[in-house]
Design a protein around this ligand. Sequence first.
Ligand code: ZN
Length: 48
Amino acid sequence: MSLPIVRCPQCHKEAEIDAVLTAQSNQNVIFNCPGCGYEARNIETSKG
Ligand SMILES: [Zn+2]
């Protein structure tokens, strides 16, 4: 199975969700783009 792909809203680079999303212990999720360095917190994830 391949991981879901997430696209950066800023540079539109696509990366596997595991590479750009960091789940915090308090269930916050941080998105960090390896392409442009864009960072977003508490983004909404679409889990089913
Ligand atoms: Zn980006």
